[in-house]
Design a protein around this ligand. Structure first.
Ligand SMILES: CC(=O)CC(=O)SCCNC(=O)CCNC(=O)[C@H](O)C(C)(C)COP(=O)(O)OP(=O)(O)OC[C@H]1O[C@@H](n2cnc3c(N)ncnc32)[C@H](O)[C@@H]1OP(=O)(O)O
Ligand SMILES: NC(=O)C1=CN([C@@H]2O[C@H](COP(=O)(O)OP(=O)(O)OC[C@H]3O[C@@H](n4cnc5c(N)ncnc54)[C@H](OP(=O)(O)O)[C@@H]3O)[C@@H](O)[C@H]2O)C=CC1
Length: 293
């Protein structure tokens, strides 16, 4: 029987984690938001508050629903505070060892029937599941950024994921008013298998001097009708995450066409990770974003 989900735990209160908590609370789930850094939980809660206020001012959410949703989200300073969750979605930094450590500390505290999920952009669900005590109740639930605005969620079954877990996850995504696409468990699944090589190619285009940041983004926005230029989108996703996904593709598929662009590596090494650090292919510290090349 599929599990009835009432309370959702979210680990990682960064841009994705706060978005996931946001849509879960609006859909009526109780939410516990955890992060390694308690200050991140507070800033995540403030971001959710602000993003819901935007929705109220646009008329897509009522003030009453906003207040109720905010009341459903609790800060979980310790992993132990997730003990009574029916589903825990891990959305921490895109590094396999970080995620494995999180699941190692989570498994002993959550009830045995609880479902575990990862919002990973690229890492093997089968491998993450195998590091837990319940591979059959483990699944990839991959949201898109920005979570409150994007309709798609990828569902990724690991080799051991059972039918009840898959069914519960489908019901969960549907209750969030999102649409799912089912992806097989191969590096970066569907969206990022296609999107990230395009972004990486845009960075090569910059690296080889074919165009400036401005020209590349303008070309793809106006020439291919993309809502954001690829470099603007890379900054939006986070250059650390973009590099991590390209590394998973490169290693997992052993094909040189996925080689991360050295310029992407350089930006990450500089700590210029995009919007979240105020600098990436654009500098966001002034009034308007200014290209950094
Ligand atoms: C890396 C991975 O693993 C997978 C991924 O997620 S890949 C990334 C996938 N995402 C994309 O490709 C996004 C591409 N960009 C877009 O689709 C669009 O630019 C967008 C949806 C982000 C914004 O669309 P837009 O038409 O430019 O709308 P825009 O007017 O900027 O924003 C709409 C409103 O939503 C608001 N908004 C933005 N983020 C928000 C959020 N998180 N919550 C609530 N509201 C939000 C904006 O503030 C704006 O409100 P105002 O009009 O009052 O300012
Ligand atoms: N950015 C995107 O567009 C998308 C990202 N994803 C995936 O979502 C996940 C999160 O990405 P995103 O939100 O962008 O990243 P962020 O960097 O915004 O957030 C990650 C958060 O996880 C925290 N964290 C790190 N280690 C731990 C830990 N051990 N326990 C709890 N929290 C921890 C980080 O804290 P600190 O900063 O202190 O290290 C940070 O607050 C990644 O797996 C990413 O691939 C999926 C879809 C889209």
């Amino acid at each position: 029987m599929p599990l009835e989900i009432k309370k959702v735990g979210v680990i990682g209160a960064g841009q994705m984690g706060n978005g996931i908590a946001h849509v879960c609370a609006l859909a009526g789930y109780d939410v516990a938001l955890n992060d390694a850094d308690p200050d991140r939980i507070r800033s995540g809660l403030a971001t959710i508050n602000g993003n819901m206020a935007k929705q109220v001012s646009k008329g897509t959410v009522s003030e009453d629903d906003r207040q109720q949703a905010l009341g459903r989200i609790a800060a979980a300073d310790r992993v132990e505070d997730l003990a009574d969750c029916d589903l825990v979605i891990e959305s921490a930094t895109e590094r396999e060892e970080v995620k494995r450590k999180i699941f190692a500390s989570l498994c002993p505290v959550v009830k045995p029937e609880a479902l575990l999920a990862s919002n990973t952009s690229s890492i093997s669900i089968t491998r993450l599941a195998a590091s837990t005590d319940r591979p059959e109740r483990f699944i990839g639930i991959h949201f898109m950024n920005p979570v409150p605005l994007m309709e798609l969620v990828e569902l990724v079954r690991g080799i051991a994921t059972d039918d009840d877990t898959f069914e519960s996850s489908k019901q969960f995504v549907t209750r969030l008013h999102k649409t799912y696409a089912v992806a097989e468990d191969f590096p970066a699944f569907i969206v990022n298998r296609i999107l990230l090589p395009m972004i990486n190619e845009a960075i090569y285009t910059l690296y080889e001097g074919v165009g400036s940041v401005d020209s590349i983004d303008r070309a793809m926005k106006l020439g291919a009708n993309h809502p954001m230029g690829p470099l603007q989108l890379a900054d939006f996703i986070g250059l650390d995450t973009c590099l991590a996904v390209m590394q998973v593709l490169h290693e997992g598929l052993a094909d040189s066409k996925y080689r991360p662009c050295p310029l992407l590596v350089k930006y990450v090494e500089a700590g210029w990770l995009g919007r979240k650090t105020q600098r990436g292919f654009y500098d966001y510290r002034g009034e308007k974003p200014v290209p950094t090349r």
